[in-house]
Design a protein around this ligand. Structure first.
Ligand SMILES: O=C(O)c1ccccc1NCC(=O)[C@H](O)[C@H](O)COP(=O)(O)O
Length: 213
């Protein structure tokens, strides 16, 4: 599983950023969504960009954000990609891709086979779809440590590059990849010691579990 890409989402401090880079993760997710315990503002985004430089790609995460909010984050965090984790339609994904000239990842909330099919609507509009667990109404739309039935992706043959998120941990990631064939995995709560607090040892264990397969 050495070629599976890894994103550590919700990095909000220097120790977590260093942990992701040292472990060999491919992407660092920066959350720009105030209700999240992982939310960062422009100052912290700039510090994290300065600290990480070109050693890891920074993916900015937004939930139905407006252009001004996204523009501030892109500039401060020197973002390499945008992850849309709200109810953004394909036209909005395409518009943001054109406006900022960055790859767009669209999260798809999954609880049934029809949700998986919905990803195709983003062909031509997004660059990657990220299948994540559908969370209960009134809670965060991601980062809840909840998983979905991975067998829904067993025969997945979409036209877009894709990734798997939701309730993945160092202990179950090898099984998740074996069951779905995911070319990219994304983790947040599974490498934390408390909500919003990344644990470098758990990040290392997660990356090792993926690389060893
Ligand atoms: O992480 C958050 O706090 C968050 C808040 C709002 C929308 C999305 C959020 N995270 C998205 C991610 O990419 C997470 O890595 C993904 O949902 C998996 O989270 P977890 O189940 O905790 O590993």
């Amino acid at each position: 599983m050495g070629n599976v890409k890894i994103k550590i989402c919700g990095i909000s401090d220097g120790a977590a950023m260093d942990g992701a880079i040292d472990a060999g993760a491919d992407y660092a997710g920066l959350v720009f969504y105030p209700p999240s315990p992982r939310h960062i503002g422009s100052n912290d985004a700039a510090l994290l960009a300065e600290r990480s430089g070109p050693r890891i790609a920074r993916v900015g995460l937004f939930v139905d954000a407006d252009d001004a909010q996204i523009g501030d984050a892109v500039a401060a965090g020197r973002l390499d990609a945008l992850q849309l984790h709200g109810s953004e339609a394909p036209a909005r994904a395409a518009d943001l891709r054109a406006r900022f000239g960055l790859p767009v990842w669209k999260a798809i909330a999954v609880s049934s086979a029809s949700d998986v099919k919905r990803a195709e609507q983003y062909a031509g509009a997004a660059d990657l779809v990220l299948f994540d667990a559908r969370t209960p109404k009134g809670t965060l739309p991601g980062g809840m440590g909840l998983s979905f039935d991975w067998s829904l992706l067993r025969h997945y043959r979409g036209s877009l590059p894709w990734g798997l998120a939701g309730g993945i941990t160092p202990a179950n990631v090898a099984h998740a990849i074996a069951q779905t064939g995911a070319p990219l995995v994304d983790v947040s709560s599974g490498v934390e010691s408390a909500p919003g607090l990344k644990d470098p040892a758990r990040i290392k264990a997660f990356v090792s579990a993926v690389r060893k397969g």
